[in-house]
Structure formats: structure tokens, C-alpha cells
Design a protein around this ligand. Structure first.
Ligand SMILES: [Zn+2]
Length: 179
């Protein structure tokens, strides 16, 4: 019986100057995007909201692919413009911004930091299961942290939010529904 050595695959780390430059540029673009807030949610980065899909080089420019979040929220038309302006202000002009519905954005893409910021902003973050089409309900009141909350209306200021009331501090607040 012949005993074979396990096959060992050697992955070489790309180390050409051109490839290193591409990695650095990608990080630079991502860090600028991290500073861009959703106009409806000041102080909450579009990256934390899960809107950044990809950044990749294409012929003579960089392509920034964004996800369209909730349909019916007016900020959608504004975001690509804000992103382009933020990049241009940082001296990055060779970019193309696209905003698509594929892959479809989900509240699952909101980072933990994004959820904490939503709560601090006064909006109860999504707490449910988009894959099971369960819009969920707030874990706690953003004002006092109470878990005793009740639904006022399925639709709040935008279709993506529901209106709730806290039964402890009696303050109304909005809940970002899962989808
Ligand atoms: Zn409360």
C-alpha cells in the first residue's frame, strides 16, 4: 500500500505594488464611506446600516456598489449623490456609484454598532427574523429601556418603521421593522 502525503496547497499572498495599492485604495474608499451618514439617520453610517455591498476596480475607475434599503424612503435618491460628494471632497474622483436592488438589502445587514446607534438615536432597532418574514417587535424602549411596549400603528413616519408606545415611561417611539 502506498502511503501518500496529504496534498498541501500553498497560497501565495499577492505582493505586487499594484495589488497593494488596490487594497489600500479600497480601504481608503471604505473609510470615507464609513463617515457618510444616512440623511434620515444622522450619525449612523451607511456602512453600519449595511448599505455598502462592494468596492472594486473597473477599467479606469472604482465601482462603489450600494444596496437600496427600504423602498419608499425618500433618502434613496440622495445617498448616491452624498457618497460621490464625500469621495470627491477626499480627492477621489475616479468612482462610479451604483445603487441596486440585487442582492436585496435586509435589516440583517445592519451591524451591531448600527443597532446600538439606532437605539441611542431613539429608534428601536430591528429585532426579528427577516428570513421568516417576521417583522419582530422592539426589544426595549429607547428612552427608558423598559421591555413593556405596545404597538400603536404598523406604519410610522416611513413604511419601514412602526409606531410603538412604552408602557413604563409612556413615551411613543419608532421601531425599525425587520425585512
Ligand atoms: Zn420607556
Amino acid at each position: 500500500m502506498i502511503k501518500r502525503n496529504p496534498q498541501v496547497s500553498i497560497t501565495t499572498i499577492s505582493s505586487t505594488q499594484e495589488e497593494r495599492d488596490k487594497i489600500l485604495k479600497r480601504i481608503e474608499i471604505a473609510s470615507i464611506l464609513y463617515e457618510v451618514s444616512d440623511p434620515e439617520l444622522p450619525g449612523i453610517s451607511i456602512v453600519d446600516l449595511g448599505m455598502l455591498v462592494d468596492i472594486f476596480p473597473e477599467e479606469d475607475h472604482w465601482h462603489v456598489m450600494l444596496a437600496t434599503t427600504y423602498s419608499g424612503c425618500p433618502a434613496i435618491d440622495v445617498i448616491p449623490v452624498i457618497v460621490k460628494t464625500a469621495l470627491e471632497d477626499a480627492g477621489i474622483t475616479d468612482v462610479k456609484i451604483s445603487m441596486g436592488i440585487s442582492p436585496p438589502w435586509s435589516t440583517d445587514w445592519i451591524s451591531e454598532v448600527g443597532k446600538e446607534k439606532l437605539l441611542a438615536y431613539g429608534i428601536a432597532p430591528p429585532n426579528g427574523s427577516p428570513t421568516l418574514h417576521d417583522e419582530g417587535k422592539p426589544k426595549q424602549c429607547p428612552q427608558c429601556g423598559s421591555t413593556h411596549t405596545s404597538l400603536i400603528s404598523l406604519y410610522g413616519s416611513t413604511p419601514c418603521k412602526a409606531s410603538y408606545k412604552c408602557e413604563t415611561c409612556l413615551e411613543p417611539f419608532e421601531y425599525f421593522k425587520c425585512f
